[in-house]
Ligand binder design. Structure first.
Ligand SMILES: [Zn+2]
Ligand SMILES: [Zn+2]
Length: 380
């Protein structure tokens, strides 16, 4: 079958038409005919060798496809999820064959019994097991999301939601956004999203605005064009989004513009309730902390190699909470997909045929906007 294989670190993928097809699904597995596979920053980190995992490997841990065969222990799970042969599913790479025994699996925040998405003994599709850059893939029936019939989502719309979408959804929930699906607790609340024009950021802006929060969408000048498109696409909900171009405006000026001049001595009362840090830069982290009012919550998603410098005084005297998230639970994954389908939240995507994956990677490193997705139907 057709596949793109990473054979060496810091080298292009190798295209092949003779990659062995997966064996029939065992245990909890489903055989999925891949329709679209998205490229994530972590694919780039993996390809650099920084994660020290084995090669050769078929990448992509966020993809979508059609269920073709159901493993013997997956029948009941598929039925419970409303899946059958022919169903379109979204596949996040995390937690393939979770162990069912560890604390992550047994105390899992209400997800399916014995299945934890942060199980350290589980495999990761696209990293420790082959992922979506191939025609067929074995996946765990417990890891996938059902694609609802409403909203006519295409396979290429689903793929980027499986890592970028669920991660930013979890970040929003961790930041205090009521993600139960309506306009929730957003009245009068502000969330700053640093890196708002990026892959996760532009999804986060859409989710937050549609969940009723005011959004301070922060990025540098090159991202402003794309952010403008995102805001326009939101219609009425776009009125809740204020963009900040940090190439031109300081955090103090932005706060003054959005919240007005603070009374002397009460500066800590002006600012955002929460912020989400997506870029790896210290400048983004500093902005995300400074933009908060006292008692605010800062959620980190990126994890720069050399770390960040933070001021303990922000935690001690301003009572800022500093939290982090990695991907998200199954209940969050499904809620996010259902919400996106219903409300029209979509990633801005650029599609490529599988044969041109290395072109996609070059475009990624050139910094073209949105999410870059392999569309398996596309002819080279
Ligand atoms: Zn990812
Ligand atoms: Zn486990």
């Amino acid at each position: 079958m057709r596949a793109q294989v990473l054979e060496r670190f810091n080298a292009p993928y190798t295209f092949t038409t003779t990659h062995p097809e997966p064996p029939p699904p065992q245990g909890h597995e489903l055989l999925v005919h891949v329709r679209a596979a998205s490229y994530c920053h972590t694919d780039a980190v993996f390809a650099s060798g920084a994660m020290q995992q084995g090669l050769p490997r078929v990448g992509s841990h966020e993809f979508s496809g059609v269920v073709e065969k159901i493993g013997p222990d997956a029948e009941k799970i598929a039925e419970a999820k409303g899946l059958k042969v022919g169903s379109l599913v979204g596949v996040p790479g995390r937690a393939f064959n979770a162990c069912g025994q560890c604390k992550e699996c047994t105390e899992n925040g209400g997800d399916m019994k014995g299945y934890g998405v942060w199980c350290t003994r589980a495999g990761n599709l696209g990293m420790t097991k082959d992922g979506g850059f191939q025609e067929w893939c074995l996946v765990d029936a417990r890891q996938v999301a059902r694609v609802p019939d409403v909203g006519s989502m295409r396979a290429a719309d689903i793929a980027p939601l499986m890592c970028a979408g669920v991660t930013v959804w979890n970040a929003l929930e961790t930041a205090g956004v009521d993600v139960s699906g309506g306009k929730g607790n957003g009245e009068g609340k502000y969330i700053a999203i640093l890196g708002a024009g990026g892959g996760l950021g532009h999804l986060g802006v859409q989710f937050a605005a549609k969940l009723g929060w005011n959004v301070v969408a922060v990025d540098t000048t090159p991202a402003m064009g794309m952010l403008k498109e995102v805001v326009e696409g939101l219609g009425e909900d776009g009125k809740r989004v204020t963009t900040v171009d940090v190439s031109k405006e300081s955090v103090d000026d932005a706060k003054k513009r959005i919240f007005g001049e603070a009374e002397k001595g009460l500066e800590g009362e002006k600012g955002c309730d929460s912020s989400i840090i997506l870029p790896e830069s210290q400048a983004a982290f500093d902005f995300g902390m400074s933009v908060l009012k006292n008692h605010g919550t800062c959620v980190c998603v990126s994890f720069p190699k050399d770390g960040w410098k933070f001021k303990p005084g922000d935690l001690v005297f301003r009572h800022i909470k500093l939290l982090g998230v990695l991907t998200g639970r199954n209940r969050q994954l499904q809620a996010m997909v259902d919400f996106a389908a219903k409300t029209g939240v979509r990633a801005k995507i650029r599609t490529y045929p599988l044969e041109k994956l290395n072109e996609l990677v070059e475009d990624y490193h050139r910094g073209v906007g949105g999410k870059l997705v392999v569309d398996m139907e596309m002819k080279p």
